[in-house]
Design a protein around this ligand. Structure first.
Ligand code: ATP
Ligand code: MG
Length: 424
């Protein structure tokens, strides 16, 4: 991206939100645009970060043998009335209902019903299972209290997966497969996603775990002990018979002396069992020629929430602790370097363009006229680019100063070696 063609002025940011400085910076610099409560448009950088997160999720799920599909986001009331969830979601105010001359529809808050409609056509026999499908699509929930910009929106991107098995043992295998895939997703993103025991109440069913990103801005509180490998959401303790639940489903008897931490719920996995197959009266023909219900699991990841969590975790601070910018992790940064040449030096401009071309779409070139180098350096940190490459008068031709925006470390490198050094 050449900044002279990106429709950007100098990105001035004023006093930042104390709780969510990174996202406030994105809004003030126009990388996010708020249209209404919990509704956002994405600029080029934020949209590409979201896409990169999405690609990592897709790679890990594909590797685990899941199949990607796409379900409609505009859904007729009929499928929700079949499962009995239309009234629940309409009455609690979550559902965004669309009235049309051909009946009522909704903007999908989740997609169990639509997925069952899609799969029941295909999974008629035990021979057609196991099967796990997933999609990454926009979801809509009329949240009463939106919070933390992208962390809790009314329109947000979610990965939702659904597994279909012939029995409980199969469901447990599918669940374990997705659980492993979630841990790999965290590893590839360079963050720890901690599985914690969750309340299984919301969706009905047996086992349920949430994947938590430990952070002081999290809404949830978890209890954990690394050594004993125990972690649970405090919500579980509000459950009737929670002791029985912990013992039967997870083999945990002693939850004394656990530490507490705040965390962001990034993902949630559920063993649904036959809840939906029973309420929607669907299933398959088993080996013994009788009709049986599917054993289902459902699995979600809040993609846009994850993007928000990663941004908030990537702020750069000055020595007084004030937030001065963002430095995105290399795994998901859409642009690896931001090149800032001294524009009135022809040789530097030539070198900058050559370097820009070498990075083939993975670089930003700040070629804006009539702007100071200082203002451009500030803007680089607002855009979150991991490395800043300065081609100024101070450094001899053929070399450049490369700054790691996260650590502030600077080194002088041969321009011809920068690509090899940073992209490996
Ligand atoms: P929460 O408890 O935070 O309201 P939930 O338990 O209702 O979330 P799920 O139905 O489990 O959410 O959805 C799967 C994932 O989608 C969540 O783990 C979360 O990461 C994400 N998510 C849910 N609601 C929102 C929202 N309003 N904005 C952004 N992401 C969301
Ligand atoms: Mg949840």
């Amino acid at each position: 991206m050449k900044l002279s063609e990106a429709g950007l002025g100098t990105m001035r940011v004023n006093k930042l939100d104390e709780m969510y400085p990174a996202q406030d910076m994105l809004l003030q610099s126009g990388q996010l645009v708020q249209y209404g409560t919990g509704i956002f448009g994405y600029g080029n950088t934020t949209m590409l970060v979201k896409r990169n997160v999405q690609i990592i999720i897709e790679e890990c799920l594909n590797e685990a043998g899941c199949i990607e599909i796409q379900l409609p986001t505009l859904q007729p009331d009929t499928i929700w009335k079949k499962s009995g969830r239309w009234d629940t979601y309409v009455n609690d105010g979550t559902m965004l209902v669309v009235k049309s001359d051909r009946g009522e529809l909704c903007l999908a808050p989740t997609a169990e019903e639509a997925c069952i409609e899609f799969m029941a056509e295909k999974l008629k026999s035990y021979k057609h299972m196991p099967a796990t499908v997933y999609q990454i699509g926009e979801k809509y929930r009329n949240e009463i209290r939106t919070r933390g910009y992208l962390l809790r929106g009314r329109s947000f991107l979610m990965m939702d997966a659904y597994s279909f098995d012939t029995d409980l043992k199969g469901l447990e295998t599918s669940y374990a497969k997705i659980r492993d895939a979630y841990i790999k997703i965290g590893e590839k993103l360079g963050i720890e996603l901690l599985p914690v025991i969750a309340d299984n109440g919301a969706m009905g069913g047996k086992k349920s775990e949430e994947f938590m990103f430990v952070s002081p801005i999290g809404e949830d509180t978890i209890l954990y002990d690394e050594d004993r490998k125990i972690a649970l959401n405090t919500e579980v303790l509000e459950k009737e018979n929670y002791e029985e639940y912990l013992k039967e489903e997870y083999g945990i008897e002693d939850i004394s002396n656990l530490k507490t931490a705040k965390a962001i719920e990034v993902g949630h996995i559920f063993q649904l069992g036959t809840k939906y197959s029973d309420s929607m009266n669907i299933g398959f023909i088993d080996k013994d020629n009788t009709q049986k219900p599917y054993y289902m699991g459902c699995y979600g990841i809040g993609v846009s929430r994850l993007v928000a969590a990663i941004y908030e975790n990537s702020v750069i601070k000055d020595s007084n602790g004030n937030v001065t910018g963002i430095s995105l992790p290399k795994q998901i940064a859409p642009y690896m370097i931001q090149i800032i040449p001294k524009l009135d030096n022809e040789e530097k401009v030539k070198e900058a363009n050559e370097l820009y071309n070498q990075f083939a779409g993975k670089a930003i070139l700040d070629d804006r006229e009539n702007m100071s180098m200082g203002a451009k350096i500030k803007d680089c940190k607002i855009l979150g680019t991991p490395y800043m490459v300065i081609l100024g008068d101070k450094v001899e031709d053929g070399k450049a100063e490369v700054e790691n925006t996260k650590t502030g470390e600077k080194e002088i490198l041969e321009i011809s070696q920068i690509k090899e050094k940073l992209l490996g």
